[in-house]
Design a protein. Structure first.
Length: 278
C-alpha cells in the first residue's frame, strides 16, 4: 500500500504558493496502479482518498502506522465507486458485486475488506473515500440507478449535468461521509459555477472520463484569491472548507465528489456571486 500524508494549511499561506507548491499540497495524481492501493490522508477533516486496482489477484485494505488502529475501519467508515470493469468487495466474508459506476458504503467496525476484479482483462478501479466515524451504519451496495438523480444546469450556461448522490441521507445511512458522481453532458464544461464554499465540510474531487489530449482547470482558493490547478484523467484535488471548488474543462468530463465534516446537509453552502470572484 502506498500512503501519502497532506497537512492542513492556512488560506493566507496558500495564496502565496507557486504552481508547484499548490500541486504538492492539493493535487493527488497516480490514483490507480495495477495491483496496488494508493491512498492520500489529508488533515482536512482527516479524509482518506485514493484508488484500489486489483488485477492479478486480491488486494486487502489493512491498517498502517499512520492510522494507529488495529484495522482500517476500526474508527472509520468508507465509500467506494467503481469506475473500471466489474469487481467484488468482500466485507467480513460477505461478497458484494460492484459493477461499473456502482458504489458501496461500508460502516465502521468492518474488519476485513478484500477487493478483486471479476476479469483481469478489464480490471475494476475502486475510488475510495474514508473518514472518521463515531457509530456504525449498515454496509449497503448502491447501484448507479439507485443513486439519487438530479438534472442540473443548462446548455445556455454550458453547465448542464447529471448529479448522482450515492452516499446521502436520502439513499443510505452514514456517519458523516457524503459521496456522489457528477457527469457533464456533451458540449458542457463548467461544474459548480456559480461557486460556493461550505465552512462546515471539506471536499475532494476526482476527475475522470478525460481524454488524453484534454484537461480540466480546477478553480480553488478564497473567493478574492482564486487559483487554478490543471487536472488530467483520474486525478484528485483536495478542497479545504474555505476554498471554492469549481472547474472548467476543454471538453465534458465526469467527477466523483466526497465530503466530510460537521454535517451532511448537501444544501448547506455559502454561495458566491460570480461577479464577486477575483
Amino acid at each position: 500500500m502506498k500512503f501519502d500524508v497532506r497537512y492542513a494549511n492556512h488560506p493566507e499561506d496558500s495564496a502565496l504558493y507557486t504552481t508547484a507548491e499548490l500541486r504538492r499540497h492539493y493535487h493527488v495524481g497516480k490514483l490507480f496502479e495495477p495491483d496496488e492501493i494508493c491512498l492520500t490522508y489529508s488533515h482536512q477533516d482527516r479524509i482518506i482518498a485514493g484508488g484500489i486496482m486489483p488485477v492479478a489477484g486480491e488486494l486487502r485494505l489493512e491498517s498502517c502506522k499512520e492510522l494507529a488502529a488495529p484495522y482500517f475501519l476500526a474508527r472509520r467508515e468508507l465509500g467506494a465507486i467503481n469506475i473500471g470493469g466489474p469487481g467484488v468487495l468482500t466485507v467480513d466474508g460477505a461478497e458484494y458485486q460492484i459493477g461499473s459506476r456502482d458504489g458501496i458504503y461500508v460502516g465502521m467496525g468492518a474488519r476485513e475488506l478484500v477487493f478483486r476484479s471479476a476479469d483481469k482483462a478489464s480490471p475494476a478501479k475502486f475510488y475510495v473515500n474514508s473518514c472518521p466515524a463515531h457509530r456504525t451504519c449498515p454496509t449497503v451496495i448502491i447501484p448507479m440507478d439507485k443513486a439519487r438523480y438530479n438534472h442540473l444546469g443548462a446548455q445556455e450556461t454550458v453547465n448542464e449535468r447529471i448529479l448522482r448522490q450515492y452516499i446521502h441521507p436520502a439513499v443510505c445511512e452514514s456517519c458523516q461521509l457524503s459521496m456522489g458522481m457528477t457527469t457533464l453532458m456533451p458540449g458542457n464544461v463548467w461544474n459548480t459555477m456559480p461557486s460556493h464554499t461550505h465552512e462546515r465540510r471539506m471536499e475532494v474531487y476526482m476527475y475522470f472520463d478525460i481524454a488524453p489530449d484534454q484537461a480540466v482547470f480546477h478553480m480553488m482558493g478564497q473567493p478574492d484569491e482564486t487559483r487554478h490547478i490543471v487536472m488530467h484523467n483520474e486525478e484528485a484535488v483536495i478542497s479545504p472548507s474555505w476554498s471554492i471548488h469549481s472547474g472548467v474543462g476543454t471538453a465534458n468530463y465526469t467527477f466523483i465528489w466526497g465530503m466530510c465534516g460537521e454535517n451532511q446537509d448537501f444544501d448547506d453552502m455559502d454561495g458566491i456571486p460570480t461577479s464577486e470572484l477575483k
